[in-house]
Design a protein around this ligand. Structure first.
Ligand SMILES: [Zn+2]
Length: 535
């Protein structure tokens, strides 16, 4: 069998090997290897164990927080246990304020007494003990609004913006049918979302600049606190990602000076209705925080399964997922799931004795949630970068890669030797398809790779874009960056950046499937004669 023979040959010493000895046509799947991976990955999966340890022991992993430091240590220890080579932290530069919430509560004290679910907006300043004030309903969407409210908000608890209606209709847990996947409807839904993101980019810079003026206005008014609606997802899921305030509050220059607190959506809507009806509701609230280094460094956690083929081992196949999360839940679907499946994929490869010809490198990125910082830093150091506009409106865009290109690609030392970057960041759902991001030759090759995976539900390769995540960093500089179409499960309704993103959002069987499929893509990419075709 191929695996046994490969081990024996490697045992004799890789230098003596002619690489052609185990060469195979890239487009012809090695079915014995597929079967070995499926046996190990589906019957003896450790994916849920990886996830449970990260989600329950370490918990939420807000960038720069003490928990994120624990997560780096957790990842290094896991990589060591899995037998990966040279687990290490690679700096991505100073990130910002080391911060965590130690206490956040809110309750209504008039006209009724009610206890509400609440969370501090990430990097919010603390209150000085408990504070209270009249809650006022305020729409601040234009500079005219700022003029209209001038002098009226001192000492108030500002309800910032009308409540969002919860998407109450439709099922909370979604799986794509085989037909939706093979007819392309599932991917089309992703593409439609992607188009809204592209459209939003056009106004996001202007919005960012306005939010900065609005935050400065609220601070100058002397508001007691700002309260933000957490109700963008299913009822009971509080979404807490700081996007309503905008800017980069982890940097001292952009951190609002007023306390900001998220309220559960139903509570927020009740307060808003009462304020609009003239009932003058009063809120009491408190935020306590623990703050450390204002320039806390950020890291990617990196380790390898080294390639054995002397001619190919300097070429890299990247398996990536982001380690950081928001802090309202425990970052389970976003993205302990991707971390667990990625670590599990390399565990499977080691367990079946697969010896990659190219080097498989695992990178667990930091700072994804604030704008793909980890993958940007990885690419800039090793692969290359494109200078970006520093115009104020462009600087207000949340992701560096979205800023206008202002120069040609400057290649880094590993650009030529790079093969392909995989990224798993779509929650806990099983893999249903692959996005190749504008790379027809690669799409063609992957269609051959997934043909034996139909029974696992992997049915489609789409050569269109996915939503912007860490794989975009690679496609932006002309390299193959791959993401996956996954069953959404309750990612959008309950998990995404929300308080309900806990271990309960994860499916053990789905994670096992995703890890097995990823393992197959990794070893196929590592062993093909040719490096992954470039767009
Ligand atoms: Zn994510």
């Amino acid at each position: 069998m191929r695996l046994a023979r490969r081990r024996a040959l490697v045992g004799l010493g890789a230098v003596a090997l002619a690489p052609k000895a185990v060469a195979r046509e890239a487009s012809v799947p090695d079915l014995a290897l597929y079967q070995a991976i499926r046996d190990e990955g589906l019957k003896r999966s450790q994916a849920m164990a990886h996830a449970e340890s990260l989600v329950d022991d370490v918990g939420a992993r807000l960038m720069g927080s003490p928990s994120m430091r624990r997560a780096y240590d957790w990842a290094l220890a896991r990589m060591r246990t899995l037998g990966l080579s040279d687990p290490r932290l690679e700096p991505i530069g100073p990130f910002g304020l080391s911060w965590r919430q130690t206490l956040a509560w809110a309750r209504m004290i008039a006209p009724d007494q009610a206890q509400f679910a609440a969370a501090a907006s990430p990097w919010s300043v603390a209150t000085r003990g408990a504070v209270e004030g009249e809650a006022v309903a305020v729409r601040l969407e234009t500079d005219e609004d700022l003029r209209r409210f001038k002098g009226r908000l001192a000492g108030k608890v500002v309800l910032l913006g009308a409540p969002t209606a919860s998407p109450a209709d439709g099922p909370a847990v979604v799986r794509h049918s085989d037909e939706q996947v093979s007819r392309g409807e599932a991917a089309e839904a992703v593409r439609a979302y992607y188009r809204t993101v592209v459209e939003r980019r056009a106004r996001q810079g202007r919005e960012g600049l306005f939010k900065a003026r609005r935050n400065a206005f609220l601070a100058a008014e002397g508001v007691r606190a700002v309260v933000i609606d957490g109700g963008a997802a299913a009822p009971g899921a509080m979404v807490v990602d700081g996007s309503e305030l905008g800017g980069r509050p982890w940097l001292s220059a952009e951190r609002p000076s007023f306390p900001a607190l998220y309220l559960d959506g139903q509570a927020y809507a009740r307060c808003w209705r009462l304020a609009q009806a003239g009932a003058a509701p009063r809120l009491a609230l408190e935020i306590a925080t623990e703050e450390g280094d204002p320039n806390e460094p950020g890291y990617n956690v990196v380790a390898e399964l080294p390639g054995w083929d002397p001619a190919l081992k300097t070429q890299v196949v990247l398996a990536g997922a982001h380690l950081d999360s928001w802090a309202a839940g425990a970052g389970a679907a976003d993205n302990a799931a991707g971390v667990a499946a990625t670590l599990e994929a390399v565990r499977i490869l080691r367990a079946v004795g697969a010896k990659p010809r190219r080097t498989i490198r695992v990178v667990l990125y930091g700072g994804e949630e604030q704008g793909l910082y980890g993958s940007e830093a990885y690419a800039r150091r090793r692969l290359g970068w494109i200078p970006r506009s520093t115009a104020p409106e462009q600087m207000a865009l949340p992701v560096e890669g979205r800023r206008a290109k202002v120069g040609p690609l400057r290649k880094g030392p590993e650009y030529e030797g790079f093969s392909v970057a995989f990224n798993l960041d779509g929650g806990s759902g099983r893999i249903r398809g692959v996005f190749t991001g504008g790379n027809p030759a690669l799409a063609e090759l992957y269609r051959a790779w997934i043909a034996p995976l139909k029974d696992l539900g992997v049915l489609a390769v789409h050569d269109g874009p996915h939503w912007p995540a860490d794989q975009s960093t690679f496609t932006e500089i002309g390299l193959p960056g791959i993401s996956f179409l996954q069953d959404p499960l309750d990612y959008d309704s309950r998990a995404h950046h929300a308080s309900l993103d806990t271990l309960e959002r994860l499916s053990s069987a789905d994670l096992a499937q995703a890890a097995s499929v990823l393992a197959i893509f990794l070893i196929n990419s590592a062993d093909s004669d040719a490096r992954a075709p470039r767009p």
